[in-house]
Ligand binder design. Sequence first.
Ligand SMILES: *[C@@H]1O[C@H](CO)[C@@H](O)[C@H](O)[C@H]1NC(C)=O
Ligand SMILES: *[C@@H]1O[C@H](CO)[C@@H](O)[C@H](O)[C@H]1NC(C)=O
Ligand SMILES: *[C@@H]1O[C@H](CO)[C@@H](O)[C@H](O)[C@H]1NC(C)=O
Ligand SMILES: *[C@@H]1O[C@H](CO)[C@@H](O)[C@H](O)[C@H]1NC(C)=O
Ligand SMILES: *[C@@H]1O[C@H](CO)[C@@H](O)[C@H](O)[C@H]1NC(C)=O
Length: 426
Amino acid sequence: MSSTDGAGAGIYATIVVVVIMVKLAIVVCVCRERMKNNKDGSVRPAIPFLTITIDKFLNDIEREKPIRFTDQQLRIATDNYSNLLGSGGFGAVYKGIFSNGTIVAVKVLYGSSDKRIQEQFMAEMGTLGRIHHFNLVRLYGFCFERNLIALVYEYMGNGSLDRYLFREIKALEFEKLHEIAVGTARGIAYLHEECQHRIIHYDIKPGNILLDKNFNPKVADFGLAKLCNRDNTHISMTGGRGTPGYAAPELWMPFPVTHKCDVYSFGMLLFEIIGRRRNVDTNLSESQEWFPIWVWKKYDGGELGNSKIVAEMEEKQKEMTMRMVRVALWCVQYRPELRPNMSVVVKMLEGSDEIPEPLNPFQHLIGGTFVAHPVQVSQGYTESSSIYTGSSIMVTDSSIVCATPIMHKYEIELASSRVDDSSRTH
Ligand SMILES: *[C@@H]1O[C@H](CO)[C@@H](O)[C@H](O)[C@H]1NC(C)=O
Ligand SMILES: *[C@@H]1O[C@H](CO)[C@@H](O)[C@H](O)[C@H]1NC(C)=O
Ligand SMILES: *[C@@H]1O[C@H](CO)[C@@H](O)[C@H](O)[C@H]1NC(C)=O
Ligand SMILES: *[C@@H]1O[C@H](CO)[C@@H](O)[C@H](O)[C@H]1NC(C)=O
Ligand SMILES: *[C@@H]1O[C@H](CO)[C@@H](O)[C@H](O)[C@H]1NC(C)=O
């Protein structure tokens, strides 16, 4: 044996000691973990080679995807559906609390054999179930059983945006409303531009923007999302997709439908935030009846700065409002290709992008006759006149158009003037 062997034995002994210490440490960890598990009575299997950190990490990962709940679990969580939060044609939403303290909203869809209910369920699961974003409502899980189809969402303590725009007057500061607009735009931008498959929401409106306890906005209700085939240029809208007053013109005309229909709806929502009123309010005088046109006329005439919506504001708020007005006017452009995409909308609202002077979005409405657009856009609409004739039939049939008298008036004018226009050119 040489002296190097002696040194080797020393190192070997050190390694043995270290290994024993590590093993002891692991045993201590596992025991602690077991004791913890026993204390709260849970039956989580103790896997010896997992440390607490990685264990928690893997549980968190597992939690990311929607959980399948049983009818009974949801009945317990909602205390036998005793706390109704709201209801609509689709079903009802109940408040629920899981035993770990997580508060949820359980949306029960009525009529499990109904094809439309199943479609709505699949639309929500297929879109919201796969994605996460701070400005989209979180889908925790679902129940799909013979007697119960339900979706389980994170609970949004402060309800929907329409409550604060149209009812509880001045509950929210102007700056907060601006933040809500920006957050909502971020959520939609994510759907359009950052998901693996583009998601079109199709029903952006204040009632579908929920607010958490800090008034952070989260886009909700994906029941119509992705149901319309994006590649389909002629969608049959007889079922009335979207909501009157927010649905883009191409949704009830035989024009190609793209994600830009959400941009239009967001623009209409933005007008309602600016005015803190519904865009259609039959209680107001004729000239103010449809708010977006009223805003355009004031803006175009350079009178918006003196109008009642900004008159009492500080300089900074005035500037913010003018920015929101310009963005809204761009978003509701009649031609989808003139509307900005949502990431640009976010930047313009935040003030980091310059906003060009908006074009008149209502050129086809004001004066009652269709006027050619001042900007030549390369891929203009070139459908044959027979499609335009078809459009007037479609518009007459559509349930969307008849919903509000004023929209009815404008849309019929629009449809007939476009028919005239196209028959003149062909
Ligand atoms: C739950 O409510 C239903 C209908 O209201 C009732 O028939 C049932 O007995 C209730 N179940 C429990 C456990 O309270
Ligand atoms: C609470 O329990 C629910 C249902 O089991 C689960 O989805 C949720 O992730 C849990 N939350 C926490 C913070 O553990
Ligand atoms: C918003 O939610 C918070 C937390 O739940 C609550 O304290 C507050 O009263 C709510 N505000 C309104 C205006 O409902
Ligand atoms: C119009 O006024 C009536 C009566 O004052 C009121 O009940 C109704 O809610 C108002 N409509 C709108 C859209 O504000
Ligand atoms: C959004 O529009 C801007 C300006 O037209 C363009 O540069 C950008 O590439 C677009 N982004 C997406 C994701 O389409």
